[in-house]
Design a protein around this ligand. Structure first.
Ligand SMILES: [Zn+2]
Length: 183
């Protein structure tokens, strides 16, 4: 299945790695297919028959799914339209690439570049266990020990910069792919 010109599995991996999509949000993406989803049947579509579900609970789930679909719409992955056949409001997957996702990717690349600059300018220490980070002066006053884990903090500049550079490279190739497809 192709969404915005990208294989669904690849898209899911990008969304979880770079855009902090939650498990619930990714679950909705994984259940999308080419069929249109009537807005009145969201719970049934994503979770199967719901006859024994109390109406209030069903409403809550329905609102959750709709909120997720609206987020996906903001990324240009789905579209909410009125069906020409029966006038019903339906959600459908956007199969060919548009600009929306590129905007998010560009923004993320900018964030990462700023983050990289911070790591280049400061000496940062991090806890190998919980991942919390400290500037040199804070690490110094903590005796280079993580206050939550009691583990020795490690200087992490080089490792972090390398990690960020790899992410930027990955996202730039996605952006490159998307812009080629849009033209
Ligand atoms: Zn820690």
């Amino acid at each position: 299945m192709i969404i915005m010109g990208i294989k669904k599995e690849e898209l899911i991996s990008y969304l979880s790695k770079y855009f902090d999509f939650t498990k619930e949000e990714l679950d909705v993406v994984s259940k999308l297919n080419t069929s249109q989803i009537p807005d009145s049947k969201l719970v049934e579509y994503f979770y199967g028959p719901v006859d024994d579900l109390p109406p209030t609970e069903k409403k809550t789930i329905e609102r959750q799914i709709r909120r997720i679909l609206m987020k996906l719409e903001e990324f240009g992955l789905v579209k909410c339209v009125r069906s020409c056949e029966n006038g019903l409001v339906v959600w459908k997957v956007v199969e060919s690439p548009g600009v929306d996702l590129s905007i998010h990717v560009k923004r993320k690349i900018e964030d990462l570049k700023n983050k990289k600059q911070r790591y280049e300018h400061f000496t940062i220490f991090s806890c190998p266990s919980c991942g919390s980070e400290y500037h040199f002066s804070d690490a110094f006053s903590l005796g280079f020990t993580c206050p939550s884990c009691g583990i020795t903090l490690e200087e992490c500049k080089k490792k972090k910069i390398e990690e960020i550079e790899k992410k930027i490279e990955d996202l730039e190739s996605l952006l490159n792919y998307l812009s080629k497809r849009v033209e």
